[in-house]
Ligand binder design. Structure first.
Ligand code: ADP
Ligand code: MG
Length: 483
């Protein structure tokens, strides 16, 4: 006999009853998800499974004691209300730890797990303790696992010589975690070179493809959380939650230098995870061997897997990065501006990105195009930091390089247009960018007369006024020299 959901369930042993219960449970989960939002749902509730209904009691399972307590405390009443809305016959919801969940810490398995329901009702196979808790921001628990940055994926990571090895290693770990020789993966390199970006990329890939539980956090958060656990005497939960993830990522490990107790805890967590075949990814601004102030045994273990460094960026990589980012922004940025940025902002990618973002924001705000002039205006402070005195030699060198002529042609008597024009540009720039007098400049260009310099300056100014492309060319040279 068919009954409407909302009255009571047919005996669960029947196929029909199972299906009905399954769809009812799916609705309850769906509603919880809507109510609490995706992040919270994934963090705490995704791993709920229904063991069955016994009399007036629904039995819900979670993989760890920690999760059970949390769900009981925070969502127990709501679960009960939702069950009652589905079926008034349900009066209680019993939230338990599933058999086999987090080794050694589970409660004895409840007998009614063998109701025959599990089959159709628990599509999430192995009990993955804390899978979601580890992978999402734990809002209420103190926000100790950082959320992943949506922008930091492999798609948006620009690969070039300086980072191709680290990138390949990251890809490898994302494709096949815990493969021999890649555990741990230790990424190191200077500030803003993409360590965090790569780590998040791995995490996104693993979460999406394998639904793996990935815990990512900074070493600082790790320490902070560990100390909080010590204080609240909940180190068991702390350990349990960390040791039950599939992948643990600790960013900026150098923070643990000199923090002996936290290092010790990390060392144990590290060993426990590696021993059970879980992947570890660590980043630092130094290589394992340079991490002075980190215990030797930890340093040694960190170096066991794959150590990959991110080198300082090259002009080519910086240019590719700003090109990619400009393209993604949808704002048209002239190539010359991109070249200028890549040329001038060399310290790290974060700063480069910041400069581009400022230009784009400025253009959007004022409804103007990004031009070389706006760069000067918007990034004056950033560029000034790089300002320096410019010599005539430098100007000659840069201009010769730019027009692909020999440096000696700057002082040669040759009058062919191919060398005469660049020479004039160099004179013009020497007048604009240095304090030298016209006769002095003339002397540096093969003992030319000061009237020749004067002529060059006015000729170039004329050409610039008449030819936009030429003007931009000269402006670019000027800006490159002003670095
Ligand atoms: P780190 O963790 O090494 O200090 P991040 O990963 O935070 O550096 O990178 C700083 C910024 O630069 C981020 O916004 C990141 O997206 C960007 N970035 C760094 N390297 C690249 C790259 N190769 N391609 C695209 N963006 C990059
Ligand atoms: Mg970082």
């Amino acid at each position: 006999m068919d009954k409407e959901p909302g009255s009571s369930f047919p005996p669960t042993a029947s196929k029909q009853g199972t299906a009905q219960l399954a769809s009812c449970w799916a609705r309850i989960r769906g509603r919880m998800r809507e109510e609490v939002g995706e992040v919270e749902y994934r963090t705490w509730l995704r791993q709920m499974t229904l063991a069955g209904v016994e009399g007036d009691e629904a039995i819900v399972l979670l993989p760890t004691r920690f999760l059970r307590d949390w769900v009981r405390g925070h969502y127990g009443d709501r679960l009960k209300a939702l069950w009652q809305a589905e079926s008034p016959a349900i009066r209680r919801v019993d939230i338990r730890v599933a058999a086999g969940g987090s080794a050694g810490l589970t409660e004895p398995s409840p007998t009614h797990v063998e109701t025959g329901l599990a089959e159709g009702l628990t599509p999430r196979p192995a009990l993955r303790p804390m899978a979601s808790a580890a992978s999402e921001k734990l809002d209420r628990a103190g926000d100790w696992i950082a959320p992943l940055e949506p922008r930091f994926t492999f798609d948006t990571f620009v690969v070039g010589k300086p980072n191709e090895f680290a990138h390949a290693c990251a890809r490898r770990v994302a494709e096949k975690p815990n493969s021999a020789g890649f555990n741990p993966l230790f990424l190191y390199g200077g500030v803003g070179l993409g360590k965090t970006h790569l780590m998040h990329s791995i995490a996104w890939a693993l979460r999406e493809r394998e639904n793996a539980s990935v815990a990512y956090m900074s070493a600082e958060k790790f320490m902070y959380r560990f100390i909080a656990a010590l204080r609240s005497q909940s180190t068991m939960e702390f350990k349990e939650s960390l040791r039950s993830v599939d992948v643990l990522m600790i960013d900026d490990l150098q923070f643990l230098i000199g923090k002996d107790n936290t290092q010790e805890e990390f060392f144990h967590t590290f060993n426990a995870l590696v021993d059970s075949g879980k992947q570890i990814v660590v980043s630092s601004d130094k290589s394992p061997s340079d991490l002075n102030g980190i215990e030797d045994r930890l340093r040694t273990r960190l170096g066991w897997g794959m150590v990959a460094d991110l080198h300082a960026t090259t002009y080519e990589l910086r240019l590719s990065i700003v090109e990619a980012k400009a393209h993604a922004s949808g704002v048209t940025v002239p190539p010359r501006v991109l070249e200028l940025l890549a040329h001038k902002i060399t310290s790290n990618v974060r700063e480069l990105e910041g400069a581009l973002n400022r230009l784009i924001a400025h253009a959007n705000l004022f409804g103007r195009n990004v031009t070389l002039e706006s760069v000067q205006e918007v990034l004056a402070d950033m560029l000034r930091a790089h300002d320096k005195r410019i010599s005539i030699e430098e100007i000659q060198k840069k201009v010769a390089e730019h027009y692909n002529i020999r440096l000696t042609d700057m002082a040669s008597p040759r009058r062919a247009r191919a060398v005469a024009r660049p020479r004039q540009v160099a004179m013009y720039l020497a007048k604009q960018l240095t304090q030298r007098s016209l006769p002095e400049i003339g002397r540096r260009f093969g003992n030319r007369d000061h009237t020749t310099v004067m002529h060059a300056v006015s000729r170039i100014a004329e050409l610039m006024a008449a030819d936009v492309a030429f003007a931009e060319d000269v402006a670019l040279l000027r800006k490159m020299l002003e670095t």
